[in-house]
Ligand binder design. Structure first.
Ligand SMILES: [Zn+2]
Length: 94
């Protein structure tokens, strides 16, 4: 599994922050999101339905965010294009 190939260094957590620990392998995580992602991918076979639901919901959120990002990017490109056309038209008209 891909999460297993990540070195232990990636899991280092600053001491002042309370780490979220994996209930299955005791690995610390910076955020609850990382922990849910880890449980949903690495401990897919043994995690509870509740944990799986949290993971699925989180993954859907990320997909939605990615979709929103693409829409924003498309609108930005369109607006830039429109602006340049508009300025060009103004220059022509003048
Ligand atoms: Zn684990």
């Amino acid at each position: 599994m891909f999460a297993e190939s990540v070195t232990d260094l990636e899991y280092d957590v600053p001491g002042d922050e309370p780490p979220h620990r994996c209930p299955y392998c005791d690995r610390p995580f910076r955020t609850e999101e990382y922990l849910h992602y880890h449980v949903g991918t690495v401990h897919d076979e043994m995690c509870t339905d509740e944990e799986r639901e949290v993971f699925e919901a989180q993954r859907e959120d990320e997909e939605f965010e990615l979709f929103t990002f693409h829409v924003k990017a498309a609108v930005t490109v369109f607006m830039t294009y429109f602006m340049f056309t508009f300025i060009y038209a103004l220059v022509w008209a003048g």
